[in-house]
Structure formats: structure tokens, C-alpha cells
Design a protein around this ligand. Structure first.
Ligand code: SAM
Length: 217
């Protein structure tokens, strides 16, 4: 951890971080204003979330991460750019979704380059699992978007299987692609750059929630 990240964790946590056991309504009220709600899970060093916050100042954005240097790094960026539209949970995403964002209607969830856990015996540790995606879909508003990216093709196929089995999700984009393609522009993250250095192709999977989900019928 750098000196700056440690300083951010000491001095900026109260400003940007929310307790994991926060009431759902308190989490939504944390911004003190209405607005579309976005969520990035496993934001790493926070580059993509910071860019989202700059490009969409009217959005209220949540970030979830368990890696403290990354949280410190994001808070430094938020302070530097004087951004007030991001709040952070330092906890496993499963816990946050079950507790703090329980009543939220999220407009877009992004999960970029989650740990691929390549060994078969570790597949159960992968973040993208049927139960977890069901939880995410439950939190999405109708027509809300779920955007996943990975540079590990077997994980891309795994993700596709999980997403396609979710009857409330509809495919918007499911492709290996170059960043410059199409309307889905993303900042290249640290792990994406690493994957590309290793010669990996990048996969983006974008789904949206049906207007009338089976859960709400
Ligand atoms: C491979 S890194 C990708 C980071 C970043 N999205 C990027 O593309 O550079 C995966 C990140 O997910 C975080 N992570 C893993 N499991 C998590 C969980 N259950 N809840 C929240 N974050 C998690 C890790 O700490 C790590 O920073």
C-alpha cells in the first residue's frame, strides 16, 4: 500500500465509505439527491469507476471492493477530482447486496475482470454464480443493465451459461471484441491490460433485465 492510499484510508473513509450493515434506504439517501444508480463490483484500483463518475455526474454510484489499497486509490481519485457521486462499501459483494442495497433499484451493474479462478477445484470461488446473479437481477430495475467483462475465455463461457439460464435477463451484447468497437466504451482497467499483455482476448457480456420479470409477476 502506498503512503497516499494509507492516508486516504485514514482520512477519507468517513467521507466516502458506507457501513455494510446500512439500511437500504440510508444507502440510497447517502447522496442526498435522486439519480440513476450504478454499481461496480470488484473495482480494483478504481480507474473505471472514477471514469464513470466523471462522465456521468448525475448518476449516484456505489463501488464494492475488499482490496484496501484499491479503496485507498479510488478515494484519492475522488478527492483529487472533487467527485461527490461515489460511495464505497468495503466488504464482499454478496454481503452488501444482501444487507445494504436490499431495497435499491439499480440501473446498471458492472463487473469487470473478476478473478477467473482457472483451476476446476476453485470454480466454486468464482463471483459469477447462479445465486449471485439472481441476487443482482433482483436488485436491477426493469430494463436495468448488467455488464460483465473478462479476458479468460473459459470464464466467459461460464458467465454465458449462468446468464443465459437467468430467465429475467435478455442479451444485449455477448462478444469478444476490441475496445474501440461499438457503443460499449470502457476504460482499459489494470487487469484488462494484464490480460492483453498475456495475449488474451477480451469478452464483454451485456444483458438487461426484462421489463416484466418473472419475480414481479
Ligand atoms: C482481477 S481483479 C479486477 C479488478 C478491476 N475490476 C480491474 O479490471 O482491474 C478482481 C477484484 O475483485 C475483488 N473481489 C473479489 N471478490 C470480491 C467480492 N466477493 N466482493 C467484492 N470484490 C471482490 C478483488 O479484491 C479484486 O480487486
Amino acid at each position: 500500500m502506498t503512503v497516499g492510499q494509507a492516508r486516504a484510508l485514514d482520512e477519507l473513509t468517513d467521507r466516502y465509505c458506507l457501513p455494510v450493515d446500512l439500511e437500504p434506504s440510508a444507502a440510497e439517501n447517502a447522496f442526498g439527491r435522486p439519480g440513476p444508480i450504478g454499481l461496480e463490483i470488484g473495482f480494483g484500483m478504481g480507474q473505471a469507476l472514477l471514469r464513470w463518475a466523471v462522465e456521468r455526474p448525475e448518476w449516484n454510484l456505489f463501488g464494492i471492493e475488499v482490496y484496501q489499497p484499491g479503496i485507498g486509490s479510488l478515494m484519492l481519485g475522488l478527492e483529487r477530482d472533487q467527485l461527490t457521486n461515489v460511495r464505497i462499501f468495503e466488504a464482499p459483494a454478496e454481503d452488501v447486496l444482501a444487507n445494504s442495497l436490499g431495497g435499491a433499484e439499480i440501473d446498471e451493474v458492472r463487473i469487470f475482470f473478476p478473478d477467473p479462478w482457472p483451476k476446476k477445484r476453485h470454480h466454486k470461488r468464482r463471483l459469477i454464480q447462479a445465486d449471485f446473479v439472481a441476487l443482482l437481477v433482483d436488485k436491477l430495475r426493469p430494463e436495468g443493465r448488467l455488464w460483465l467483462a473478462t479476458d479468460w475465455e473459459p470464464y466467459a463461457r461460464w458467465m454465458l451459461n449462468v446468464l443465459e439460464a437467468q430467465s429475467d435477463l435478455v442479451t444485449e451484447l455477448a462478444a469478444g471484441r476490441e475496445l474501440s468497437d461499438g457503443p460499449y466504451q470502457r476504460l482499459e482497467t489494470r487487469f484488462e491490460a494484464r490480460g492483453k499483455r498475456l495475449g488474451h482476448r477480451v469478452w464483454d457480456l451485456v444483458y438487461y433485465k426484462k421489463r416484466c420479470s418473472t419475480a414481479s409477476r
